[in-house]
Design a protein around this ligand. Structure first.
Ligand SMILES: Nc1nc2c(ncn2[C@@H]2O[C@H](COP(=O)(O)OP(=O)(O)OP(=O)(O)O)[C@@H](O)[C@H]2O)c(=O)[nH]1
Ligand SMILES: [Mg+2]
Length: 220
């Protein structure tokens, strides 16, 4: 099966090269799509030099970037991860095997189970736990890491999903839809330390994601 990786970026010049190199090493023939939003550094140049397809999506939004990239993806199976080199690329191949072995539609990588004090701050842990709890109460979906940004799934399965957010809440939306439409499993991964500047605003995006869960529940 053909595999496409979709990576959203804003100013990730320090790490995008390692992410792409890791994916090229992990999966032979993988298509890599980098969806960049107005980077002012060398992100796009570095990605292109490694053979990635680089899309300039000028509209800001994590969800918008994913929607744009996923629409263009040619692969039957999609791998999604950040461009900040915090998610492991060497686990991608085993995860592809797991996805195809069983009747699984969607794998979400869980950062919480194997977290350490170095790669996961207490603030992130508390915030993530609150969001996990809200998802459990509002949607009866019990995940260790409702906010994880690394997923592996079938493109055909994604095509059935509707009403995914254009912002950071895309991450919780895609998991809610995956559970509703098929079988999602979580696999614990070792999360890396972010060296470059985060795009996520911990408090703002945390509250927005919580608010989004309530709104989504009401609209259901
Ligand atoms: N194209 C595009 N990429 C984005 C946008 N917002 C964030 N990104 C990228 O999406 C990925 C996730 O953003 P991060 O800042 O790493 O968010 P996070 O992983 O939740 O937070 P950290 O734990 O701080 O890394 C990174 O590769 C960002 O560069 C956006 O509006 N457009
Ligand atoms: Mg990140």
């Amino acid at each position: 099966m053909n595999v496409t990786a979709v990576i959203p970026t804003i100013n990730e010049e320090g790490t995008i090269g390692s992410v792409i190199d890791g994916l090229l090493k992990a999966v032979e023939g993988i298509e890599i799509i980098v969806v960049d939003t107005n980077s002012t550094d060398r992100t796009r140049e570095i990605a292109r030099a490694r053979g990635a397809t680089v899309i300039n999506e000028t509209r800001k939004g994590y969800g918008i970037a994913y929607k744009t990239g996923l629409n263009l993806a040619k692969g039957d199976i999609i791998v999604c991860m950040d461009g900040d080199n915090t998610y492991p690329t060497d686990i991608v191949k085993p995860l592809l095997d797991i996805l195809q072995m069983d009747e699984i539609n969607f794998i979400s990588c869980d950062r919480m189970t194997l977290r350490t004090q170095h790669n996961y701050t207490s603030l992130h842990y508390i915030g993530n736990s609150v969001l996990n709890f809200a998802m459990r109460i509002l949607f009866k979906i019990n995940l260790n890491d409702s906010q994880s940004g690394m997923w592996i799934f079938y493109k055909e399965f994604y095509n059935k999903m509707k009403n995914l957010s254009n912002g950071m809440s895309f991450s919780e939306d895609i998991k809610i839809d995956a559970v509703r439409l098929g079988k999602l499993i979580e696999v614990p991964i070792k999360y890396g330390i972010r060296i470059s500047k985060p795009k996520l605003k911990t408090w703002n995006d945390g509250f927005m994601n919580l608010f989004h869960l309530f709104v989504k529940r009401i609209q259901d």
